[in-house]
Design a protein around this ligand. Structure first.
Ligand code: NAD
Length: 310
């Protein structure tokens, strides 16, 4: 295990701020960096909201929460990364922006400092083109909200030294997470490929008027999702019988949606400004305080499920 004490988190948005809390919860010294004071203020608000929810759910105490909050400091000066032991980046998902950030940052920190990006799907290898000493650059993909969801995908870029990817994996375990290794840098890594396979099929079934959005969500929440929280698809196949799963796959695979274009439903919703909870409307409506309530209820449910399965 590397001796990591100081962590530099780039981006104080939805992901960065929650990742900062995952580290501070284990009492790492965390510096959160963003480009503007306004973004930092937004990050502080997210920190307070998340800590309040953790205390309310009994997951933290006011004392521990205060300790966590004190472990996090904020800066708009990237040079404050100089003495850090580890970097995790959650800046906006644009290759040029990530390149600018990493070209700068990787020349400020020591040459053996582990550098990780939380990109949702950009190529780790492509981001690494801007990084000085790319063998220490690793994909570390967290899931929203990172201070609650246990899964982290650890991804090798083409130039990543496997020992460094393994060190990131061990660090994720030390944070109490359930990391997995993606040994190749494929688009969407593992989890987003599965998530978008499910979405493509369900969007197809809604477009084809087989099910409503609500029923598609219910299929996942009360059937498949519930099972997947307890058993993986391969464990479920073993339970169901591989012969039965083979028979189903032989007639069903050919009928599944395999469109190569993005979804027309998503395109229309975006054109209408229905961007989801953050816009007060998406596939469903979130008027008034319903958006904040939806996020709160989501976090409470996730925490209860984590309690049941971990
Ligand atoms: N939101 C999710 O569910 C999710 C899940 C996994 C991974 N990610 C990835 O995490 C990253 C951040 O996503 P988010 O949802 O937190 O976005 P966000 O918009 O909430 O936050 C991004 C932050 O980056 C800051 N920023 C922009 N340019 C910067 C720079 N050059 N240096 C430092 N900070 C800069 C912005 O001011 C903002 O505060 C993206 O790469 C995204 O794909 C997001």
């Amino acid at each position: 295990m590397r001796d990591i004490k100081k962590v530099f988190v780039a981006g104080s948005g939805t992901m960065g701020m929650s990742i900062a809390q995952a580290f501070a919860d284990k009492l790492y010294d965390v510096t959160v960096y963003d480009i503007s004071e306004a973004s930092i203020e937004h990050g502080k608000k997210l920190l307070a909201l998340n800590q309040e929810a953790l205390i309310k759910s009994g997951k933290s105490t006011p004392e521990h929460s205060e300790e966590v909050t004190e472990k996090i400091c904020f800066t708009v000066d990237i040079n404050d990364a100089k003495d850090t032991d580890f970097v995790t980046e959650s800046v906006v998902e644009k290759l040029e922006i990530k390149h600018d950030f990493w070209a700068n940052l990787s020349r400020i920190v020591g040459e053996d400092v582990l550098l990780t990006t939380n990109t949702s799907g950009l190529s780790i290898t492509a981001i690494a083109e801007a990084v000085k000493c790319p063998e220490r650059f690793v994909g570390m993909h967290w899931f929203n909200p990172p201070h609650i969801i246990p899964l982290i995908e650890v991804i090798n870029g083409d130039k990543t030294d496997d020992a460094n990817a393994q060190a990131v994996y061990e660090l994720a375990k030390a944070l109490g997470k359930k990391p997995i290794r993606a040994k190749k840098d494929v688009p969407g890594f593992c989890a987003n490929r599965v998530q978008f396979t499910v979405l493509r099929e369900l969007l197809h079934l809604v477009e084809d008027d087989v099910v409503s959005f609500e029923d598609a969500d219910n299929v996942m929440k009360y059937g498949l999702g519930l099972r997947y929280a307890c058993l993986g698809p391969f464990e479920i196949a073993d339970m169901g019988g591989i012969d039965t799963f083979r028979n189903i796959s032989e007639y069903l695979f050919a009928d599944l949606d395999d469109s190569k274009e993005g979804s027309p439903i998503f395109r229309t919703l975006v054109d209408e400004g229905r961007l989801g909870v953050k816009a007060g409307a998406g596939i469903y409506d979130y008027p008034g305080d319903k958006a904040d309530m939806a996020i709160k209820e989501r976090d409470e449910k996730y925490m209860k499920v984590c309690d049941a399965i971990l």
